[in-house]
Design a protein around this ligand. Structure first.
Ligand code: SAM
Length: 206
């Protein structure tokens, strides 16, 4: 993607998340079951980077031995994560940053985790390459993501409704995230279907 159009799109999507931030926790209740988050976050260890932390719904779920840094490009989402962390006395370093251009050295984290993020990152392959770069060679990349169904009819419906959904809430319902993970060069260790073939838990290494 050309840099100027990518910057324009990034700004546009950031604004959408700023706009829906006050409603996000409510919308989440009907879309991402708590047990899925727990299952993903339980796999984290050591120095953790959570990308696209949103309002911080995963923060209370990290195992005690984790040292968590979390980023998001939306100041409004991040502000809610900050309030949640303060209210629940959770130790976390929160930073405003774009996953497509992470400000961390190579091989910085034992775990990089994202939940429902690569459906909205403007250039998901670039973002996943950044995730790969900052993850240690023996580290883990944990992705809890929804994606386009392989079912012919469902997949077509997702294509059909995607323009409307992405305009309203900022994420794409028809991203081929598993394919993007491969294209970014990540080494996939396990893929588990959590809700049909739409919600998947992907465990990968750099
Ligand atoms: C659907 S929300 C998921 C939030 C959170 N991970 C969760 O599970 O509740 C997607 C989040 O990714 C963030 N995001 C999207 N593109 C991003 C980017 N390029 N860099 C950083 N954050 C991004 C959005 O601001 C939003 O907070």
């Amino acid at each position: 993607m050309e840099k100027s159009s990518s910057n324009f799109l990034t700004g546009k999507i950031r604004k959408r998340y700023d706009r829906i931030a006050p409603l996000y926790d409510f919308l989440d209740k009907v879309s991402v079951p708590h047990w899925m988050r727990k299952k993903a976050v339980n796999l984290a260890f050591g120095a953790v980077l959570e990308v696209g932390v949103g309002t911080g719904l995963n923060l209370p779920l990290y195992p005690e031995n984790c040292d968590v840094t979390a980023i998001d490009f939306s100041p409004e989402m991040l502000q809610r994560a900050r309030l949640r962390a303060e209210k629940m006395s959770i130790q976390v370093e929160l930073m405003q940053m774009d996953v497509q251009d992470l400000d961390f050295p190579d091989n910085s984290f034992n775990t990089v985790l994202a939940s429902c993020v690569f459906c909205s990152v403007p250039d998901p392959i670039l973002g996943l390459k950044e995730v790969r770069r900052v993850c240690k060679n023996d580290g883990k990349i944990i992705l809890l993501e929804h994606m386009r169904s392989e079912n012919y009819v469902l997949g077509l419906m997702m294509d059909l409704f995607n323009p409307l959904v992405s305009r309203i809430i900022g994420n794409n319902i028809n991203r081929r995230t598993l394919e993007n993970v491969r294209k970014a060069g990540l080494c996939i260790e396990n893929v588990e279907n959590l809700k049909g073939d739409i919600f998947k838990l992907i465990v990968a290494s750099p």
